[in-house]
Design a binder for this molecule. Structure first.
Ligand code: GDD
Ligand code: MN
Length: 381
């Protein structure tokens, strides 16, 4: 359950009710244990927004922070419309932003962190970019003039790899798709299509709303004002899960096929490792082959069930395994049939027999994949 309430109110004589619907900008700020930062942030926001006369509402979306962030936000005395959402249940940056999006009323929506790593002074530029025709504006560390000062080597590498893994989704033109500081038109986004996993809600929005023109405004991503980052190792792992979902959204069949092939490659490694162990233990080759192939088969089944086809019917794993083994058998026969058929049909090409094998492998794999997808791991109702 989520509680929404109003904390302090803009300018003398104004009430939130009177201003509903008339905001140019809704600022969504997810918070967890940011009690020390929120007052500083709100004061800096108030200065920027009143100075530039941007009619804005601020949503602090807090996850029952033990340090009393929500209460602090309610008490801050600033000339701003500040509303506080207190979430309960599983906490998370992205779901908090989505909750904010559900209630935001501004024409434009801006998302930023509470720890002052995102300079509020850049907001007019981000909004200006949208008014000038951009569909999505990012406060970016990686364009000329931008900076990310506080980063250690490990985090730089981490961020680079994460960015690189998202390139096929957003194109290489977007330099900082990992940013948590961005602005878009509310009408361009349907909150209900968002699948908030982990930290990268900006990436989620870029992929789901496919904005035409993305503009990056350089920012100096400074150091945290107070407190600690909540970006845990678990959050970084959930990024991989998030990527899987985004790829599946963009290219449903191709991304499944790629995962299926990756699992197949793992299976090969398992098979060879198993062989090495068994041969070292002195097991007869033909028997070792049987055991290794079976181990790889079981491993591939488990991985495909868990990763490639996670939407498959969860209950019937026994019959699924039998079907999977049969499907692999069909693939094996097809592989053999196609390569042998080609070999006999094209005697002039015998020197290129490996090519026939390759065609056989592709045919077998394609058959394995399609039968696995449509028969073995058919999505459950
Ligand atoms: N409601 C809520 N719930 N807010 C959260 C949660 C949560 O579970 N976890 C973090 N936040 C809030 C923090 O309080 C802060 O305002 C903001 O989300 C960012 O969290 P940080 O913990 O400061 O993240 P970071 O600095 O490591 O990462 C930031 O920079 C990354 C770029 O490398 C974020 O902006 C990321 O989105 C961004 O990718
Ligand atoms: Mn931070």
């Amino acid at each position: 359950m989520t509680r929404v309430e109003t904390a302090s109110v803009a300018g003398p004589g104004q009430t939130p009710a009177a201003t509903v619907g008339s905001f140019d900008l809704s600022i969504i700020i997810p918070t967890f244990n940011e009690a020390e930062n929120v007052p500083v942030l709100l004061r800096r926001l108030a200065k920027v927004l009143t100075g530039t006369q941007i009619p804005a509402e601020v949503w602090i979306v807090d996850d029952a922070s033990p340090d009393g962030t929500a209460e602090v936000a309610r008490q801050v005395d600033v000339p701003l419309v500040v509303r506080v959402i207190e979430r309960s249940g599983p906490r998370g940056l992205s779901p908090a932003v989505v909750d904010g999006l559900r209630v935001a009323r501004g024409t434009h929506v801006l998302v930023m962190d509470a720890d002052l790593q995102h300079p509020p002074e850049a907001i007019p530029k981000l909004l200006g970019a949208l008014r000038a025709g951009a569909d999505f504006a990012i406060g970016s560390r990686y364009v000329a003039g931008g900076a990310a000062n506080e980063f250690g080597l490990l985090r730089v590498l981490n961020s680079k790899i994460a960015t690189w893994m998202a390139v096929p989704l957003v194109g290489s033109g977007v330099r900082d798709p990992m940013a948590g500081f961005f602005c878009f038109r509310r009408a361009d986004v349907d909150a209900e299509t968002l699948n908030p996993v982990g930290y990268k809600i900006g990436l989620e929005l870029l992929v789901k709303s496919s904005p035409g023109r993305v503009v990056e405004v350089p920012i100096d991503f400074g150091s945290r004002h107070a407190g600690q980052s909540k970006l845990s190792f678990a959050e970084q792992l959930s990024y991989l899960q998030h990527l899987r979902k985004l790829y599946a959204h963009r290219w449903p069949t191709a991304s499944q096929a790629a995962l299926y092939c990756a699992v197949g490659a793992c299976g090969m490694v398992v098979d060879l490792a198993c062989m090495t162990v068994l041969m070292t233990l002195g097991v007869v080759f033909s028997a070792a082959r049987v055991a290794s192939i079976l181990v790889a088969l079981v491993g591939n089944f488990v991985l495909n069930r868990a990763i490639t086809f996670p939407e498959a019917n969860r209950r019937a794993w026994r019959s699924q395994f039998v079907k999977y083994a049969l499907v692999c058998m069909i693939g094996l026969v097809l592989n053999w049939g196609v390569s042998t058929g080609l070999y006999h049909a094209l005697p002039a090409w015998h020197g290129a027999y490996l090519l026939f094998c390759l065609v056989g492998i592709v045919a077998g794999t394609a058959s394995n994949f399609l039968l696995s997808k449509h028969i073995v791991f058919r999505a459950g109702r």
